[in-house]
Design a protein around this ligand. Structure first.
Ligand code: SF4
Ligand code: SF4
Length: 269
């Protein structure tokens, strides 16, 4: 074995680089229309990012079909791996940051279904990192997300630029909770490496007052009322208000219970 390929037997975690928006989740789901039409004619001229088309976003939830999203053509996906320890760091960056279109610049403070209707909401990473109670209320289901990387040495070469690709692959596979899976895409089977997307928010730096983590259902509703109400109306029709009220009450009751347990019942929550 090449000495540069010595692997630490301790399983490390995959984390995000400590930088604003290093998870890049919205570049798979929220701001890109089909075929990258938001970029206009330049989408044919500019160099594509390192993540495209090798990395996809996989969303799973119990009882539902898996969802697979393509990234924007211009997303750079980089994995940094140090040969001396078990750490692996992911960083997702816009490859055309200075020229990115208005949808991308405005998100999530101005996210809307059309140019005429702009609704700000929590961004998709912050919804992913929110509690299961929030997701069950707003999405009617809890969901997990993974980066699915094509298990192909050439594809890995694009995203792990500074290390031996075979070593990088072995190291990624030894990392906690990473696993191999075969995914069917348009009737064809492909091998992928699945990296669970970390939910820790402290590495993601926030861009504006509105772009903040979801801490509770009450806080999220206060901050992004219009967007959340719209979701609830779609899911529950006329019952949306009662569902919201019950979910807030339940979440606050659980928080108090946890607080009482932590303090052995001595301090009032
Ligand atoms: S933190 Fe939010 S806005 Fe930033 S890249 Fe992630 S999903 Fe997009
Ligand atoms: S143009 Fe940049 S910011 Fe916009 S979706 Fe593509 S990678 Fe993300």
């Amino acid at each position: 074995m090449d000495s540069s390929c010595i692997l630490n037997e301790n399983q490390g975690n995959v984390t995000f680089a400590k930088s604003e928006c290093s998870d890049g989740m919205c570049c798979f789901t929220c701001v890109i229309p089909p075929k990258n039409e938001h970029i206009g004619f330049f989408r044919f001229l500019w160099k594509k990012g390192t993540g495209y088309p090798h990395v996809k976003l996989l969303v799973t939830s119990e009882g539902y079909k898996n969802e697979l999203y393509d990234s924007c053509k211009f997303l750079d996906f980089t994995i940094f791996s140090d040969t001396t320890d078990a750490r692996i760091t992911m960083d997702l960056r816009c490859g055309i940051y200075k020229s990115r279109p208005v949808q991308c610049r405005g998100y999530p403070d101005e996210a809307g279904e059309s140019v005429y209707q702009k609704i700000s909401g929590p961004c998709i990473f912050n919804e992913y990192a929110a509690s299961g109670d929030y997701k069950k209320l707003v999405y009617k289901r809890d969901w997990q997300a993974f980066y699915a990387i094509r298990d192909d040495i050439r594809a890995l070469g694009h995203i792990c630029p500074s290390v031996d690709t075979t070593c990088a692959r072995e190291k990624i596979l030894k990392t906690k909770d990473v696993h191999l899976a075969t995914l069917t895409i348009h009737g064809e089977e492909f091998d992928y490496i699945l990296i669970p997307i970390p939910k820790k928010t402290q590495n993601i730096l926030y861009l504006s007052r509105k772009h903040q983590p979801v801490s509770t259902i009450r806080q999220a509703y206060r901050e992004w009322q219009e967007k959340i109400e719209k979701n609830l109306q779609n899911h529950y029709g006329q019952d949306w208000e009662i569902r919201l009220k019950n979910a807030i009450e339940m979440e606050e009751k659980d928080a108090c219970k946890r607080c009482d347990e932590d303090t052995a019942g001595n301090i009032e929550c």
